[in-house]
Design a protein around this ligand. Structure first.
Ligand SMILES: NC(=O)N[C@@H](CC(=O)O)C(=O)O
Ligand SMILES: [Zn+2]
Ligand SMILES: [Zn+2]
Length: 440
């Protein structure tokens, strides 16, 4: 298949043409010859490398009522992602080579976006014994990111051992930083508002204390640490200090923590219930600054689908988590680009290159987040920054509806997504051929 993309602004720079042939970018330049090619007029569109999500809950195996690998990767493709890291808190837990290989293979077969399984750090996420990290790393899935996400690896000795273990193959431990004793029964950010609403508070220090501890452990062991969904000003400050000291620490922030604040909780609408909780406007300002100056390496969606019965219930009983794949780029444009904090090259870094580096998506079967250059795999997304839409949860291809942006007007739209040269999204919609490919 040959595709000629005409007049796209590469990473937001001057318009140029891209010729995609046999799954790779064959040529980049002006006035390229489109003989035999499907021609796409990309005037006014920005071309970015396929986005890479470090933190996605696909729910398969086990909760296929909430999401499947097929539905979740369709949402990913529509959001401009060509690779997602599938979190391990499935049922069964992704704590063996068998489970991670299954998830990886299903992703490949379905073919909307690459699925890179995250392996659990501990057996059954129970925080007691290390899982078979080496076997997951050596499997066909080539796992490099390990996380008990949803739970914190709270035991310092176990965390130390995990960091030591993954060093051998360049892996990374992605920590869900939540001190369990400080957050027992916690329902929202600890603040004046939580007191007024009568909801148990989740103090910032519960996140910051674990990040501080783990930064010191990573420094001691000399191993890579990644911080999931960081949400407070104090967390940004700790990571900034760690980087100033040259420590191998990386961090991600979610789109919702870049935009939403705790006051949304006042209506007890469980769509706004998430872990870590929505914080204050000051925290939002700090994570935006941190993302802009590179203290925070990446945006990761923490796409966390839940069926209606787990969300449309009283606040205390509702599940934590919100959708994110289909809206992530728009939220980043709104909070970071339209505010002047990041340009499109910066977005490409925070949503593709950096997460690709952290997840070791660097070659062979796993090549993603490569430069937009001749000879590279044609994982490309075309974005229309001048578009805008009002978010309608019913229009989502996710199986779940826990969308916190309902009714909000957000800028930007993903016009096309190419996975190894194949258009999985065209004119903002999944292509017919990709839909058929995904049928199973
Ligand atoms: N973010 C959430 O609120 N929920 C996640 C777990 C997690 O990311 O910690 C989930 O699996 O639903
Ligand atoms: Zn988490
Ligand atoms: Zn998560």
């Amino acid at each position: 298949m040959i595709v000629l993309i005409k007049g796209a602004r590469l990473l937001g720079a001057e318009p140029t043409d891209l010729l995609l042939r046999d799954g790779v970018i064959a040529e980049i330049g002006s006035g390229l010859d489109g003989t035999g090619a499907t021609v796409i007029d990309a005037g006014g569109l920005v071309a970015l490398p396929g986005l890479v999500d470090l933190h996605t809950h696909l729910r398969e195996p086990g909760r296929e009522d909430a999401e499947t690998i097929a539905s979740g990767t369709r949402a990913a493709a529509l959001g401009g992602f060509t690779a997602v890291h599938a979190m391990a808190n499935t049922d069964p837990v992704a704590d063996t080579a068998g489970v991670v290989e299954q998830v990886w293979r299903l992703g490949r077969e379905i073919g909307y976006a690459d699925v890179r399984p995250v392996g659990a750090v501990t057996v059954g996420l129970d925080g007691q014994r290390l899982a078979e990290l080496g076997a997951m790393a050596d499997s066909a899935a080539g796992v490099r990111v390990f996380s008990d996400d949803g739970r914190c690896v709270a035991d310092a000795l176990l965390m130390r051992r995990a960091l030591e273990y993954v060093k051998a193959f360049g892996g990374v431990i992605a920590q869900h930083a939540q001190e369990p004793r400080l957050t027992e029964g916690a329902q929202m950010n600890e603040s004046e508002l939580s007191g007024r609403l009568g909801l148990r508070g989740w103090p910032r220090v519960a996140e910051e204390a674990i990040i501080a501890r783990d930064v010191m452990l990573a420094a001691h062991v000399g191993s890579r640490l990644h911080i999931c969904h960081l949400s407070t000003r104090g967390s940004v400050e700790i990571v900034r200090l760690a980087k100033q000291r040259g420590l191998p620490v990386t961090a991600e922030v979610t789109p919702h923590h870049l935009l939403l604040t705790e006051d949304l909780v006042a209506g007890y609408d469980a769509r706004y219930k998430v872990n870590p909780p929505l914080r204050s406007a000051d925290d939002v300002a700090a994570v935006r600054e941190g993302l802009a100056d590179g203290t925070i390496d990446a945006v990761a969606t923490d796409h966390a689908p839940h069926p209606v019965e787990d969300k449309e219930c009283e606040w205390d009983a509702a599940a934590f988590g919100m959708l994110g794949l289909e809206t992530a780029l728009s939220v980043v444009q709104h909070t970071m680009v339209d505010t002047g904090l990041l340009d499109w090259a910066g977005v490409a870094d925070r949503m593709s290159f950096a997460p690709g580096r952290i997840g070791k998506c660097d070659g062979g079967d796993f090549a993603q987040a490569r430069p937009l250059a001749a000879g590279e795999p044609a994982n490309v997304v075309l974005v229309d920054p001048s578009a805008s839409r009002t978010v309608d949860p019913a229009a989502s291809v996710s199986l779940s509806r826990n969308n916190p942006y309902e009714g909000r007007k957000l800028p930007g739209s993903v016009v096309a997504t190419f996975l190894r040269g194949f258009p999985v999204v065209e004119n903002g919609e999944l292509t017919q051929s990709s839909i058929q490919k995904g049928m199973r």
